[in-house]
Design a protein around this ligand. Structure first.
Ligand code: DX5
Ligand code: ZN
Length: 216
């Protein structure tokens, strides 16, 4: 089974985004993972529209945008306009999740839902068939470079089981603390997309690190 690697630009060099985007373009990576934080849903602020627009002008691969913001409905059209291909919102940030997911798909993007570490995969059973992606947070969202939470393997397996019994076909993405130490076990637990920030960009040879993640 093939799987995708999505380097998280949160750990890239913001002083030279073009260089890091070109590295990802020329690597074996599949997607760009872009973390948008609002300082309200999570205790940190990352980057917003102008930066994503710029990344989109450099990137030749899918833009996987992870919104860690309250009330994401306000910006769905804007994220489409600036180049998002996959738009993921947090379960915990959406009161009317079905409406939000429908709005994302109406704009022609793939729709994802991210789950905080404390959120059970069973809570999204009724919307599984509408989703293109479910992102299991393997750290508390808000920062790069945190340690991987071990019960993620079990959550991924439970989610894969729900996918099967509901005849759904979303991708299972794992986000936070991913490295070559846990990648194989995550894939064996049914992960389809591995997000990796620090492990890629803080390494001596990011292109090689991505290749290593593709061959675990
Ligand atoms: C955390 C973000 C992650 C982050 C992962 O809130 O959603 O995408 O960039 O970074 P690492 O791989 O360093 O844990
Ligand atoms: Zn993320």
């Amino acid at each position: 089974m093939s799987y995708k690697i999505a380097p998280s630009i949160l750990a890239a060099d913001f002083g030279n985004l073009q260089k890091d985007c070109e590295m990802v373009n020329n690597s074996q990576a599949d997607w760009f993972h872009l973390d948008v934080m609002d300082g309200v849903f999570v205790p940190n602020i990352s980057f917003g529209m102008p930066i994503i627009k710029k990344i989109n002008s450099y990137a030749t691969k899918t833009l996987d945008v992870h919104l860690m913001i309250v009330d994401p409905d306000r910006y769905i059209k804007t994220f489409k306009k600036i180049g998002a291909d996959v738009l993921t919102v947090h379960y915990e940030a959406c009161t009317h999740l079905h409406r939000t997911i429908s709005a994302i798909k109406e704009e022609g993007m793939k729709a994802g839902v991210a789950l905080n570490p404390h959120t059970s995969v069973h809570l999204i059973t009724d919307i599984l068939n509408d989703l293109d992606l479910v992102c299991i947070m393997s750290v508390n969202p808000g920062f790069g470079g945190q340690s991987f939470i071990e019960n993620t393997y079990e959550k991924a397996k439970q989610l894969a089981h729900l996918r099967e019994v509901n005849n759904a076909n979303f991708l299972i993405e794992i986000d936070g603390g991913v490295s070559t130490i846990n990648a194989r076990k995550l894939l064996d637990s049914s992960a389809d997309v591995l997000v990796a920030g620090s492990f890629v960009f803080k390494s001596d040879n990011p292109t090689q690190t991505i290749a290593d993640l593709k061959t675990v």
